[in-house]
Design a protein around this ligand. Sequence first.
Ligand code: HPA
Length: 248
Amino acid sequence: MEPIALAVIGGTGVYALAQLDDVTTVQVDTPYGAPSGPIRIGSLGGQRVAFLARHGEGHSIPPHKINYRANIAALKQLGVARVLALNTVGGISENWGPQVLGCPDQLIDYTWGRISTFCEEAGSEVLHVDFGHPYTPALRAQVLAAAARAGVSVVDGGCYGATQGPRLETNAEVERLRRDGCDLVGMTGMPEAGLAREAGLDYACLAIVANWAAGCAGDEEITMAEVLANVAVASAGLPAIVSELVNQ
Ligand code: HPA
């Protein structure tokens, strides 16, 4: 069988990959437990593509309860080498407004209490992986080139602040993120990216901006309805990007 050209991990509001055809569903078990749900493997752009909904297909798993290790290990067990992570985020910097798609090149990890490494169990090999560039530069370049060919605009570069959630941030927390240099904020960027690096997978993030982060656009309440509506609009270009990406 053809190898899987790309795995896509969907975030809030993206529970399936549109235009994925001839889908077979696999349940994978890993030494770290079960992933967030079944992995759907189908065809897109003439290549085999796998899709996993990070929060479960009914969005039942909050960010701090996701078994990130099982998700990454399951994809690795399927022979996946490249992962495109879709992360729904709040925008902080001017060019990261609602409905924007962006491909960050840096991150800062503010999460806590999550199992963040495969070096957890006694006796497992201790790895100190290089993480200076947390997203695989070559895959980022391919994502940006694919988006350009697909005619979908994607912001190139930015710093992802990974917060604990599941609550949204206070205005002051977002101000601190801004001072730290974060352009966007989400709850699922870590430990996923670090685990992918430990597992030797190429990994890039395509962030989908759902809302202005707390306090960045007046003092309007951020609602789930707004988040989902903006994600739905911004997601329209995803199949075209993936279709280009799998062919390079
Ligand atoms: N903060 C953190 N995570 C998010 C946000 C936010 O404002 N919007 C969507 N995911």
